[in-house]
Design a protein around this ligand. Structure first.
Ligand code: ADP
Length: 313
């Protein structure tokens, strides 16, 4: 997948580049900046001293020194001041300029911290929303693998109302041990062969490639838009089209279902066409996906944020 959300320390990443949430002096600071300088060693500061600082929203590059990455891209996020001072636009340009720089440097992978969401005070869910949408917008044109790192305690990436609705749906629908037993008893009463509803058959015996082709043209999506909406790379799309036996992962199929705006049944059909098991009510991630597809909130950004919030990625 071109982008993903991961919990962890950015200094441990093996990506070609990592991004630093720096300050305008580029001479080090606290938070992720301090952690990067500590892990990269004193040579980093020496190179930073030659750069003449960096403006808010801009990005500059140094080597990675003792880190496993080749490059460190230093960008300066906005200081949150209530939201009425162009903070969002500046934050977007941090992601855009860093991604452009990474691309110019020939990076195939890059990891970001949640810029401005620490000392600079940007509200965390809004910071995640801006980060994901800026990354997703950019990736329509790029094949880079982008990781957004979440650090520290438990982070909820959806708003409170969404979180509560999903939580309630999980508690009512996730089949745990007790519920499984209950279901088994209910199934005992059901007429033979009716314990499980059969998944709906694929339309007219279509193959996955045929379904992807049909849906792409029905929605008039060009390849770039399809990749962006599905969070897949152009090369993966090429493989799907050229090799009928190519096996997709579950998250790639979910990405396609999201791109095609399918409902829950349609997403299940696409999984079936890809030779993957249908949504299971005993799997937390699947229950969350069902909720999202049933409730029409299945764009790829919402999917990723919801799965991450419930530790289901
Ligand atoms: P800013 O000044 O831009 O707010 P901070 O470093 O204070 O920068 O925080 C930015 C984000 O980076 C915060 O979400 C913080 O939790 C996170 N962070 C801090 N240390 C690390 C780390 N080692 N790896 C990844 N993220 C980190």
């Amino acid at each position: 997948m071109p982008f993903n959300i991961v919990r962890g320390d950015i200094t441990k990443m093996n990506t070609d580049a990592i991004v630093n949430a720096a300050n305008t002096t580029l001479l080090g600071g606290g938070g992720v900046d301090g952690a990067i300088h500590r892990a990269a060693g004193p040579e980093l500061l020496k190179e930073c001293m030659t750069l003449g600082g960096c403006k808010m929203g801009q990005a500059k590059v140094t080597k990675g020194y003792d880190l496993s990455c080749k490059y460190i891209i230093h960008t300066v996020g906005p200081i949150w001041n209530g939201g009425g001072f162009g903070e969002e636009q500046i934050l977007r340009s941090c992601y855009k300029n860093s991604l452009e720089l990474a691309e110019q440097l020939g990076c195939r992978s890059v990891a970001f911290p949640l810029i401005s969401a620490g000392v600079y005070g940007y509200p965390i869910q809004q910071a995640i929303e801006v980060a994901l949408s800026a990354i997703n917008e950019y990736l329509g044109d790029s094949e880079m693998q982008v990781t957004l790192m979440m650090f520290g305690g438990r982070i909820v990436a959806v708003n409170d109302t969404e979180f509560e609705s999903i939580k309630q749906y999980i508690s009512e629908n996730l089949v745990g041990q007790f519920a499984t037993r209950r279901r088994r008893h209910a199934a005992d009463d059901a007429p033979a062969g009716q314990e499980q509803a059969a998944p709906p058959p694929p339309r007219g015996g279509e193959t996955l490639v045929q379904a992807v082709t049909r849906l792409t043209s029905e929605l008039e999506l060009d390849d770039k838009e399809l990749c962006r909406r599905a969070n897949i790379s152009g090369s993966l799309l090429g493989k799907i089209r050229s090799d009928g036996r190519f096996r997709l992962t579950r998250s790639e199929v979910i990405g396609l279902a999201s791109a095609f705006d399918l409902d829950c049944e349609g997403a299940g059909q696409l999984l079936q066409l890809a030779g993957l098991p249908p949504f299971s009510m005993s799997d937390r991630a699947d229950v969350i996906l069902r909720y999202l597809f049933e409730n029409d909130c299945c764009d790829i950004l919402t999917i990723n944020r919801a799965l991450f919030s419930f530790d289901a990625l």
